[in-house]
Ligand binder design. Structure first.
Ligand code: ZN
Length: 356
């Protein structure tokens, strides 16, 4: 595995992914997005299936749910397409489905959110119900997204105080999601996004007839530099036991030791049981650390501000996009090696688990 699997733009990442999928003999389906990329290029969610359409098990790896976080996920997918692990999967009765650029608009335009500033990992909700109120977010919204950018030192000082006040609150926390500020952070939207509908269609087509499905959705931006945190949501005890058998006891169960039932925030892997109700599903959000949290938060604030100020001076817009890219993609060989090494271990564990 090598740092060479990492690309420098969405366009390059997509091109390399499609070429590698073709070399691997994958069946590829490109779901073209209605808008264009930052270079005017076509953008799409590309799904590559390696292996038998009727294999009993399916191993899904998805990238770019949060735009430029896709540089890491895309590299993991590219590495896997050239890996002998694919032959091992085939021997185990496993097809591999790689979903490239779940949020192609954000990937190309260097936005964690999509074309409507929707955080896709808050968008997979039941929209027949009102999105739960988030009083915690309400308290900090005006400070997170200030009137001017860059924020003044006073703005930042006030935000630090406000964030300290709500630091211990998890249900809901600041980042749990919110549906009241379309110009804010962690915005859930008011309807299923293009990416939501497209991912669901891919799942139904490739997953609904399988017996077992494992799904790793690759993210970056939280946790220690280069460390891959294995995040596991709210699932049955049986599913948790299976996940721990495969991936070890160091899964981070996002709802552990909490008697208050946390509300659904609409994360992407939560749609798998809805679209593939007959399959046993083992999902993971794989979250790689990049920069310290205050730097990542500042990038998110800038990006939200820019969404609300499309007429911002070009230099300001460029600086915000660069900060966003730097917050979610560390362009350094050491970091890239950590990403790919940990991913390969997890991919092997997943294939072993599905083969058993
Ligand atoms: Zn993410």
């Amino acid at each position: 595995m090598s740092a060479a699997h990492f690309s420098q733009s969405y366009r390059e990442a997509r091109h390399r992914f499609l070429a590698a999928a073709s070399r691997a003999g994958a069946g590829v389906e490109s779901l073209v997005h209605p808008l264009k990329g930052v270079e005017g290029e076509e953008i799409a969610m590309d799904a590559a299936l390696v292996g038998a359409a009727d294999a009993p098990s399916l191993f899904i790896v998805s990238s770019g749910t949060h735009g430029p976080e896709g540089f890491a996920g895309s590299a993991c997918q590219l590495a896997l397409l050239g890996d002998e692990l694919l032959a091992r999967a085939a021997r185990g009765g496993i097809a591999v489905l790689l979903v490239h650029a779940v949020n192609p608009y954000g990937f190309s335009h260097t936005m964690r959110t999509n074309e409507d500033n929707i955080d896709l990992n808050r968008n997979f909700n039941d929209f027949s119900q009102p999105y739960p109120a988030n009083d915690t977010y309400e308290q900090v919204h005006p400070l997170l997204v200030p009137a001017t950018w860059p924020p003044s030192p006073e703005d930042d000082a006030h935000l630090a105080v406000a964030m300290a006040k709500v630091a211990g609150i998890r249900t809901p926390g600041v980042s749990s999601g919110q549906a009241t500020h379309p110009d804010g952070l962690f915005y859930a939207g008011t309807a299923p996004s293009w990416s939501n509908a497209t991912v669901r269609a891919i799942l139904r087509r490739h997953g609904a007839h399988r017996r077992h499905i494992a799904w790793i959705d690759v993210h970056t931006g939280l946790g220690p530099y280069g460390h891959g945190e294995k995040i596991f949501g709210r699932h049955s005890a049986e599913t948790l036991a299976r996940a721990q058998d495969w991936w070890g006891r160091d899964l981070m169960v996002s709802t552990m030791a909490d008697s208050v039932s946390p509300r659904t925030t609409g994360h992407i892997t939560g749609c798998a049981p809805q679209e593939c109700p007959d399959a046993a599903i083992t999902p993971m959000t794989l979250e790689y650390g990049t920069l310290p949290n205050p730097d990542v938060r500042r990038a998110l604030r800038g990006q939200a501000w820019l969404f609300g100020h499309p007429d911002a001076p070009p230099a300001t817009a460029r600086a915000i996009r660069k900060a966003t890219r730097d917050a979610f993609y560390i362009d350094a060989d050491a970091w890239k090696g950590m990403i790919l090494g940990q991913f390969r271990a997890l991919a092997l564990q997943t294939i072993n688990g599905l083969s058993a």
